[in-house]
Ligand binder design. Structure first.
Ligand code: ADP
Ligand code: ADP
Length: 226
């Protein structure tokens, strides 16, 4: 079964702006997939819909075979989202932010603490576990967002512009982390403005522009045509 299957996705916002004009998208399980496009193309809208933050106008979305509307809980359970903005409580300790997210998925506290320790270790945040989120550096906050998204061991991880405004050193270490996560079996989709980021990480790519899919191919054949 595919990690993500989108058919004829349309989104018109309340102000009349049509952000998506009928998108079809398939992402295979195990893929590392880039959704590329200029500002305003519809990337955030697409992942907003996949993560149930934005209501679609029409079309269908399935995550590992679970329809986002008819099997919403099962679909959401498969998905981890790393939005662009830091939307955790700045006054909460790092450990609590990650553990409490487990509660949303019905993960027992003891197990959530175990998993939180594992992801915080992996992301180099274990020493910071008692600090309030506001005391972390920007790069650490980014890693905290990733740790929190992984607490329920999602099969599909979606990251919106994960390295926007991130310095080159952290960018490299995030790329390594994501590559390893993908190698261990997690399907990853990221949005980016940067072809170089997609190029160094992703096997397959879709390009959207003004709400339409203009390219959907593997990275090698795209690069051979540029
Ligand atoms: P991208 O992430 O590729 O930059 P977006 O999905 O954010 O693109 O935006 C696609 C289009 O939808 C743009 O024209 C944008 O201005 C518009 N848009 C996005 N969010 C909203 C919103 N909440 N209300 C109205 N229009 C929106
Ligand atoms: P860009 O991706 O071009 O940097 P932003 O992500 O800042 O643009 O979003 C542009 C507009 O889309 C803003 O109005 C923002 O509120 C809206 N938007 C972006 N992502 C989402 C989302 N996941 N849910 C709802 N609105 C969103």
């Amino acid at each position: 079964v595919q990690a993500l299957r989108i058919r004829n996705l349309v989104k018109t916002y309340a102000n009349g702006v049509t952000a998506l004009r009928g998108i079809d998208l398939d992402v295979e399980a195990g893929d590392f997939f880039a959704l590329l496009g200029p500002n305003g193309a519809g990337k955030s809208t697409t992942i907003g819909i996949i993560s149930s933050l934005v209501n679609k106008t029409s079309g269908t979305v399935e995550i590992f075979g679970h329809d986002l509307e008819r099997q919403a809980y099962a679909a959401k359970r498969m998905l981890g989202l790393v939005p662009q903005e830091f939307n955790f409580n700045q006054f909460e300790p790092v450990m609590e932010i990650v553990v409490n997210q487990g509660g949303f998925y019905g993960i027992a506290a003891a197990e959530a603490r175990e998993r939180a320790e594992a992801v915080l270790q992996q992301l180099g945040l274990w020493d910071k576990r008692h600090e309030q989120a506001r005391d972390l550096s920007g790069g650490m906050k980014r890693r905290l967002m990733i740790a929190r998204a992984l607490i329920h061991e999602p099969r599909l991880l979606i990251l919106d512009e994960p390295t926007a405004g991130v310095d080159i050193e952290l960018r490299r270490s995030m790329w390594t982390f994501l590559s390893e996560l993908n190698a261990a079996g997690t399907t990853i989709i990221l949005t980016t403005h940067y072809l170089e980021e997609a190029e160094s990480l992703c096997r397959n790519i879709a390009i959207i522009d003004r709400g339409q899919l203009v390219e959907n191919t593997d990275m090698k054949s795209l690069l051979s045509r540029l």
